[in-house]
Write a protein that binds this ligand. Structure first.
Ligand code: NAD
Length: 322
């Protein structure tokens, strides 16, 4: 088995670092600035570059690092890597698509359950005036909602969309899903006592999801055009909510601000932004936005699963490279 040099430039779960070192590989975990990356890779004879979404692995970097054998995206979206170009140069490109689905779906549920009870706003207001205006704030947040019996619309019925559907069904919600590439999906929900329940969900048109959902969550890959903009919002129920933990740009940010200001939407939750990592302050200050800084996949459990998958892929490469 060949010993490999690995640079995990955007971090890697400690367990994976320990396991890889145990196998005799050298693992660098410091973050190297983009402009110094090529030199670092060449000087340290890096075989495997592991990145999350921060490091850009573009044509220019690939051209300067002919010794690179594998690029691994610790996560799903490959939009920060010139995948086809890397492959054309004989570099293996991998990601860990399934490992973080549960984590993202749980964050969406957290935004949803928090949103319909206004927790995003009461967590801002209580520290400022909870001692003086307790009764006023109690009144302000007393018209919350419950999810039971409500309809969750899911746009994009892949791994995360389905994981979310399973949780929604567990909360006795109805699920409507739209996905132009999927007609039907079978979900298996596992309970703590070993019972399992299977659900078949037939996807419906986007129009039906927009028209009939109380809450809509986006789970599509990065797109050229927003999946929800002004026209789509018009078709939604009054007082509905939208959650975007997919990619910045799939939801038109100015359109949602307008819809929130006009009272069309109850709230919007954003984990991802058009201009990461510097979303506009005006957006961040909006009182009807439930916000998180792109942490969908970032749970300890998901990072460990990602680390395990990466370890496995690197071990496979080490075996082949022997
Ligand atoms: P996936 O590939 O399993 O599913 C995406 C689904 O979207 C596919 O079934 C595809 O057919 C469908 N789709 C494509 N274009 C569509 C459109 N215009 N309308 C409706 N459906 C469409 O991907 P996934 O693992 O479920 O990830 C979904 C999204 O979540 C990706 O954008 C990914 O980058 C993002 N993500 C975010 C985080 C985070 O930290 N917030 C973490 C992981 C993934």
């Amino acid at each position: 088995m060949k010993k490999l040099n690995i640079l995990a430039n955007d971090g890697l779960a400690e367990k994976a670092v320990v396991n890889l070192k145990k196998e005799g590989h050298q693992v660098f975990t410091e973050h190297i600035e983009q402009e110094k990356l090529a030199d670092f890779i060449n000087e340290n004879k890096i075989d495997v570059l592991v990145v999350r979404s921060a490091t850009q692995v573009r044509k220019d970097l690939i051209d300067k690092t002919p010794g690179l054998k594998m690029i691994i995206r610790a996560g799903v979206g490959l939009d920060n890597i010139d995948v086809e170009y890397a492959r054309s140069k004989g570099i293996q490109v991998e990601n860990t698509p399934g490992a973080s689905s549960r984590a993202v779906a749980e964050l969406v549920m957290a935004h949803l359950l928090g949103g319909i009870r206004f927790l995003y706003d009461s967590n801002r207001e209580m520290p400022l005036r909870g001692d003086k205006d307790f009764k006023e704030l109690k009144k302000k947040y007393s018209a919350g909602h419950e999810v039971k019996g409500k309809t969750l619309g899911i746009l994009g019925f892949g791994r995360i969309g389905r994981e979310l559907a399973k949780m929604a069904i567990g909360l006795e919600m109805k699920v409507l899903a739209y996905d132009p590439f999927i007609d039907e999906a079978e979900l298996e929900i596992h309970f703590f006592d070993g019972q399992k329940v299977k659900f078949k969900i037939q996807t419906v048109s986007k129009e039906e999801v927009l028209k009939n959902s109380d809450f809509i969550s986006l789970h599509v890959p990065a797109q050229k055009e927003p999946v929800i903009g002004t026209e789509e919002i018009k078709k939604m129920k009054d007082g509905a909510a939208i959650i975007n933990a997919a990619r910045g740009g799939v939801l038109d940010e100015p359109a949602i601000v307008k819809a929130l200001d006009e009272g069309k939407l109850l709230f919007v939750a954003l984990d991802v932004f058009e201009s990461e990592p510097t979303p506009p302050v005006k957006l961040l200050m909006h009182p009807k936005l439930s916000l998180s800084p792109h942490i969908g996949a970032s749970t300890v459990e998901a990072q460990e699963r990602i680390g395990d998958e990466i370890t496995h892929k690197i071990q496979q490469l080490a075996g082949k490279a022997h």
